[in-house]
Design a protein around this ligand. Structure first.
Ligand code: AMP
Length: 248
């Protein structure tokens, strides 16, 4: 069985993101970049499937500039068998990423693709769903529990009404929610071992994937400054304050 895991490099969740003055993007100079947190969960889940005794090869895949190798080395240190970097300097939109993963599922003969439910930089929450559509295979998104038996996955999903459990046949796409697992820490000896694990680089142009962007980003803007709250003495004062603001 082969499991592909998506690894996107994003601005670390602890960094306060600054929008560039000209509205052309966000500042990444000197900013800490890390594996998207939902992708760490995806990695952990793939490793747990393998550790349960399933004959599985776990392959981490990242699409981005050469520097993304750093995050792929972390994935190798966490325990994936090998890594693939699809190298490009272009800013990619979810449909394009889904097309690239689709191409890789064919090349790798993948049984399962585990992605994060969303990348915390653009919060798109689209890639997994688009990949399932292109691949014409089932999807189990927002997974908070995954059980694999034979060629069937039983997945508990976090939905608006609570929890939903579905069964999907492999090959399939799973996207991870926060409560699925707690990713392991990387240990020093594993970092050393990861140096000798295989990391293959493919050029995006060699994959033969259609590249036209479907979305045009016209401007980035920071959210409006939050104004301080106001304490009121009683209910009538609350009602008149709400009326003042035009809420009532
Ligand atoms: P999105 O639809 O952009 O919110 O991304 C959802 C998931 O798709 C991410 O959590 C990753 O698992 C995967 N993904 C998106 N972009 C990339 C990328 N450039 N390289 C690898 N995986 C990606």
């Amino acid at each position: 069985m082969k499991i592909l895991v998506g690894i996107k490099r994003v601005i670390d969740f602890s960094v306060r993101v600054q929008v560039k003055k000209d509205g052309s993007g966000v500042n990444t100079d000197g900013v800490k970049l890390s594996i998207n947190p939902f992708d760490e969960i995806a990695l952990e889940e793939a490793l747990r499937i393998r550790e349960k005794g399933m004959q599985a090869e776990v392959v981490a895949v990242s699409i981005g500039p050469a520097e993304v190798q750093q995050q792929l080395r972390t994935a190798l240190a966490m325990g994936v068998d090998r890594a693939v970097l699809v190298e490009t300097g272009e800013v990619l939109q979810p449909l394009m990423v889904a097309r690239i993963f689709h191409e890789l599922t064919k090349r790798e003969n993948a049984d399962l693709v585990i992605l994060g439910k969303q990348a915390i930089d653009d919060d798109c929450n689209q890639t997994g769903q688009m990949l399932a559509a292109l691949w014409d295979r089932p999807q189990a998104t927002f997974a908070s529990k995954v059980e694999l038996k034979d060629k069937t996955l039983t997945v508990t999903r976090e939905v608006d009404a609570g929890l939903e459990t579905i069964s999907v046949d492999l090959p399939a796409v799973v996207t991870t929610d926060l409560r699925l697992n707690t990713p392991r820490f990387v240990k020093m000896p594993d970092i050393m071992k990861a140096r000798s694990k295989p990391l293959q680089t493919l050029k995006l142009d060699d994959l033969g994937v259609a590249k036209a962007p479907e979305l045009e980003i016209t401007n980035y803007a920071p959210p409006p400054q939050r104004v301080g709250g106001k304490k009121v003495a009683d209910v009538p004062a609350l009602i008149s304050a709400l009326k003042e603001r035009g809420v009532l």
